[in-house]
Every structure is written in structure tokens, then in C-alpha cells.
Design a binder for this molecule. Structure first.
Ligand SMILES: CC(=O)SCCNC(=O)CCNC(=O)[C@H](O)C(C)(C)COP(=O)(O)OP(=O)(O)OC[C@H]1O[C@@H](n2cnc3c(N)ncnc32)[C@H](O)[C@@H]1OP(=O)(O)O
Ligand SMILES: CC(=O)C(=O)O
Length: 525
């Protein structure tokens, strides 16, 4: 661990204060291991004594966490106004957590002392002094989170500065200045950090929230102003709009500021770690998250693609591989020939020598998108389109559809049922089959499988795993066009296809036929 500069993670404490996030002790242990894999110096595990699960986390951590890089910090408040530190049960829980570090939160804004603590400024300073002194004497390192520091400094700078001095003199290793309400802007925040360091000589850290959208910028500015400890949460989890994004801060410091804050090799694990933590929290990854988001290096505009073809770095701020992410090409109405060529390459087709095919494909994509198709999330439909356009001979014809129909029946006893009939030609035969299902798409799927299942037994491996419907022209009510996206799996891979029609069942059928065609293509190759 590098003690001259700290990366301090608060995912398990402040991150867990996010709406909709609830972590079990097992979840916390899993996340702690991931964060340790990233190489952070400190992991704030929670608030023992206040939250039973956090008390349990620190108990289990002693035997179940074998951390390579990080040390655990237990978070909690200073002694209560009417108690000695040694007698305060909250302080006792911090001691008994056996965490090597205790991070004490205390109020650095006079208004909070008066209104929330309902005590005097002198007593609040005494609470800080006594608790820090006590825990230091008990052998723990102490960090102090100066809650509401920046608003406090604006209202009463003398008290805010005295707070920092008292904490430092009592033996706190550092005082993390907190933008608790998250409303600060970078220039003002940087000035305050600089002044605090000049006037107190204390070691300071920074803890920012994102309510003004500046949490990462504020953290970086504070570091430039002299802060040597930065707090953040994985995936920017946290109360309200979240904490400063730990991943963004780490990548910015390491890649843009030449600060060696985590091992280089673990930086390449960052995208995987961000997604692994999302799996544990059960919160879908934020696709636009800097560095580690699924869209962080996705290129959609044709002009961008044509430059990226010459050199990816013309439209990227870093090589995505450095943080374990990938460049992706998106095909849409904004695509030009270069986008198609690069996407084709991604899918395994070298279209570079075929300018005419590239032009045809780009034009078909634009035409189809104008009628409501969207290929961005339907790579399989795009690949079938490429095959169609490669001289018209490359796409295998597993079956051709003559007609289909569906009957939806509301029965006298109140139950519903659907029956589909499909007529098609496959391997020289004309086939007519019926399928039943709990809905029209299910019935069509069954009828299609009944029709060609014996000719293509591998069809049994395909399973429809997701089905999304979007109404494209809302002002037409039930007369709107409908886009259906279907995801299909063969147990190993998944692919998505798209269908667009006025009729929702027809749109679904088109997407289904593409899904099955693509599946057979994969399984046969
Ligand atoms: C800025 C931050 O995010 S700080 C972290 C915030 N996290 C949490 O609050 C989550 C965990 N909290 C809890 O489980 C509970 O709030 C507890 C156990 C800490 C306290 O519960 P209770 O004793 O029922 O008090 P309650 O939550 O109603 O109010 C907080 C009390 O702590 C006092 N307090 C608040 N901050 C501090 C502090 N830094 N030092 C000492 N006392 C404090 C308040 O004055 C209030 O006192 P009161 O009970 O005399 O009114
Ligand atoms: C301590 C803390 O989480 C804050 O002030 O925002």
C-alpha cells in the first residue's frame, strides 16, 4: 500500500446508501475481494455497531478476507455529546471491529452542530478530540470525515479550520473534506482545499458527491490543490446522485496524471471488476460510465468510423484495452461505408475490397432504419443483411415461408389460447403445421419448430431468451408501427434480431424467422 497517496473506497458504506441497493454480508465480502483486486489502499466496510450486517461483516472479514492490497476501515461517528468516548457503545463497536483504521464522521458545519447535534461548537470539537485520542490510544489509525466541510467553510471558516486543526492535533492521520451535499463546483472547491492546507498544515483528503455533476472533477481539483487521499465508490454508487466514481478517478489519475495509484495490471481488470460488482449489487451496469461502460468506446457516426478505420485513437481518448474494455462499432442510419466495413470486420467479414457491397449495405441499413428498424442492438439481423448483399448468394435458405396465420381465442370458461398455422417450403418439401401456445408469438414459434424441427434437429437447442416491443409512432395509438427485438440462445451464445411491421405479430414473426435462420446458420457452420 502506498501511504503517500490513498485511494479509499467507500462502496460498502456510502455506496450502500444508494436507493435500491441492499447488500448482504456475503455480497460485501465478494465486493471487497473485487476492490482489493483493483488494488485500492482502503476499503470502508460499513458502520459496525449501527448496522448489524456491518458488525457481522467485520467479524467475518477477520477470517474470510485475505486482502492483498487493501486495509479495512470501519466507519462511525464520534462519541455522543453526553458520553465519554470510552463509554460510548458506538465507539466501542468501532474498537471491537478490529479494523486497523477507523473513519470517524463529525460535523464541520456550525449549522449542523446547532440544528442536528444540538450542542455547542466547543463540545463538537471536544467530541472529535476525545474520540480520536481514545481510538489512537487503543491502537487504531484514525481518519476523520469532515462532514459538510465546504458549506461549513463558506458559512463559518474559523470553525471549519479549527475543526481540521483539532482533529489533526488529536492524532488523526488525515481529515477528508466532504462535499456532503455535492453542490460544489471545481474552482471554488480547489481554492478551499488549498487554503485549508496552507492554514492548518494538516494532511487532507477529499470525499465528493455528484449532485452538481462535478464529483470526479472536484476530486481531481482537490488532489491538484494538495489532497493526498481520495474517496469514491464503485460505479458511482451512493446516496442521491451518488459518490464520486472510483473507477473514473483511478483511471484519470493513473492515465492522465501519471500517478501510480493502483498496479498497472489491475487497471486492465477494471471493466471486468465494474461489471462483476454490478452483478453482485444486481444493478444493471451504467452503459455510459467513463472508461468501463459498455458504450464507453462504441462508435456510431459514419464520420467517426471513417477516421477510426485509419486510426482508432482519432476518436478515442485512450486505448480501451488499458482498462479492459473494447472498441465497438454500431451500425445504424448514421453509418457510412467505413462503419459497415469495421462492423463487418468485427463479425468476421472482410468487406474492404467491395466498395459496391459496402454502399449497398449502407443504403439498405439507412432505408430500413427509416422504416423503424434498428440494427444497433440486432447484430444477427445485420449479419444476415451482409450475407444478402454479398452477391445475393451467401445467405443459405433453410426454409421459405409461404404464409402463416394466428387465431387468438377467448374461450367460454374465461381461458385464452392461441393457435398458429404456418405453410413453408424446406428441403424440397411443402409443409403445413399447426402450433399452440399461450400467446400468438409462442404459437408461431411452436408451429415453426413443428414444421422444420425434424429436418433441422439442432433447432431444439435454440431458446428465445428475451423479447422486447417498442411502439414507434406513439401518436397513431393502436395503428402504430411496432419494432420487436428478440434475443435467442443456443446455450453458449446469444444473438439478437429485429422485426418491424404495423402489426405486432408480424413484426414478431419477422424477428423470429431471422432468429431461427441465424441460429441454424451458426449451428451448421
Ligand atoms: C454523511 C453521511 O452519509 S454519514 C453516514 C450516514 N449513515 C447512516 O446514518 C446509516 C447508519 N445509521 C444508523 O444506523 C442510525 O442513524 C444510528 C444507529 C447511527 C443512530 O440511530 P439513532 O440513535 O436512532 O439516532 P438517529 O438516527 O435518529 O439520529 C442520529 C443521532 O446521531 C447524532 N449524530 C449525528 N452525527 C453525529 C456525529 N458525527 N457524532 C455524534 N453524534 C452524531 C444526531 O445528533 C442524532 O442524535 P439524537 O439521537 O440525540 O437525536
Ligand atoms: C461522510 C460522508 O459520507 C459525507 O459527508 O458525505
Amino acid at each position: 500500500m502506498n501511504d503517500s497517496f490513498h485511494v479509499y473506497d467507500t462502496t460498502l458504506r456510502d455506496g450502500a446508501q444508494q436507493e435500491g441497493l441492499a447488500l448482504s454480508v456475503a455480497d460485501k465480502l465478494l465486493i471487497a475481494r473485487q476492490l482489493d483486486g483493483l488494488g485500492v489502499g482502503f476499503i470502508e466496510g460499513g458502520w459496525p455497531g449501527a448496522i448489524p450486517k456491518d458488525t457481522e461483516f467485520f467479524r467475518r472479514a477477520q477470517t474470510e478476507l485475505d486482502l492483498e492490497h487493501a486495509q479495512l476501515a470501519a466507519f462511525g461517528m464520534t462519541r455522543r455529546a453526553d458520553l465519554k468516548a470510552a463509554d460510548d457503545p458506538q465507539v466501542a463497536a468501532l474498537r471491537e471491529s478490529r479494523a486497523p483504521i477507523v473513519t470517524l464522521v463529525a460535523k464541520a458545519h456550525d449549522r449542523h452542530v446547532e440544528l442536528a447535534l444540538r450542542t455547542s461548537l466547543d463540545e463538537c470539537l471536544a467530541m472529535v478530540r476525545d474520540t480520536v485520542t481514545h481510538l489512537r490510544a487503543e491502537g487504531q489509525r484514525v481518519f476523520v470525515d469532515a462532514e459538510h466541510f465546504f458549506n461549513g467553510y463558506q458559512d463559518n471558516p474559523a470553525y471549519a479550520l479549527e475543526f481540521v486543526r483539532v482533529a489533526a492535533e488529536a492524532g488523526a492521520d488525515l481529515i477528508a473534506l466532504c462535499d456532503t451535499n455535492g453542490g460544489m463546483l471545481p474552482t471554488e472547491l480547489g481554492d478551499v482545499v488549498r487554503t485549508v492546507i496552507d492554514r492548518t498544515g494538516a494532511r487532507v483528503g477529499i470525499h465528493c458527491h455528484d449532485d452538481s455533476g462535478c464529483a470526479v472533477a472536484n476530486s481531481l481539483v482537490a488532489i491538484e490543490a494538495g489532497a493526498t487521499h481520495v474517496q469514491g465508490a464503485a460505479n458511482a454508487y451512493g446516496e442521491r446522485t451518488g459518490n464520486a466514481n472510483l473507477f473514473t478517478i483511478v483511471a484519470n489519475l493513473q492515465l492522465k496524471k501519471n500517478m501510480h495509484v493502483v498496479p498497472d495490471e489491475s487497471l486492465a481488470e477494471m471493466t471486468r471488476i465494474a461489471h462483476a460488482i454490478s452483478e453482485v449489487t444486481n444493478i444493471a451496469p451504467h452503459t455510459k460510465q467513463p472508461y468501463v461502460g459498455f458504450s464507453a468506446f462504441a462508435h456510431k457516426a459514419g464520420i467517426h468510423a471513417s477516421a477510426v478505420k485509419a486510426d482508432p485513437m482519432l476518436y478515442q481518448h485512450i486505448d480501451p484495452a488499458i482498462v479492459g474494455n473494447d472498441m465497438r462499432m454500431l451500425v445504424s442510419e448514421m453509418a457510412g461505408r467505413a462503419s459497415i466495413e469495421l462492423k463487418g470486420r468485427e463479425l468476421g467479414y472482410d468487406l474492404s475490397g467491395d466498395r459496391e457491397a459496402l454502399t449497398r449495405i449502407a443504403e439498405r441499413v439507412k432505408d430500413l432504419e427509416a422504416t423503424g428498424h434498428s440494427f444497433e442492438a440486432a447484430d444477427a439481423s445485420f449479419e444476415l443483411l451482409i450475407l444478402d448483399e454479398l452477391n445475393g448468394t451467401e445467405r443459405p435458405e433453410f426454409f421459405t415461408v409461404e404464409s402463416w396465420r394466428v387465431i387468438v381465442e377467448q374461450r367460454e370458461n374465461g381461458t385464452q389460447g392461441c393457435e398458429a398455422t404456418v405453410r413453408l417450403h424446406a428441403k424440397g418439401e411443402r409443409i403445413i403445421t399447426v402450433g399452440e401456445g399461450n400467446g400468438p408469438v409462442n404459437a408461431l414459434d411452436t408451429a415453426l419448430r413443428n414444421a422444420i424441427g425434424q429436418l433441422y434437429p439442432e433447432l431444439a437447442e435454440l431458446e428465445l431468451t428475451d423479447y422486447k416491443v417498442r411502439i414507434l409512432e406513439g401518436d397513431h395509438g393502436t395503428d402504430s408501427r411496432t419494432r420487436v427485438l428478440i434475443t435467442t440462445s443456443d446455450g453458449k451464445n446469444e444473438w439478437a434480431t429485429v422485426g418491424v411491421q404495423e402489426n405486432i405479430v408480424a413484426a414478431s414473426w419477422n424477428a423470429l424467422v431471422e432468429a431461427v435462420t441465424y441460429g441454424l446458420l451458426r449451428l451448421e457452420s
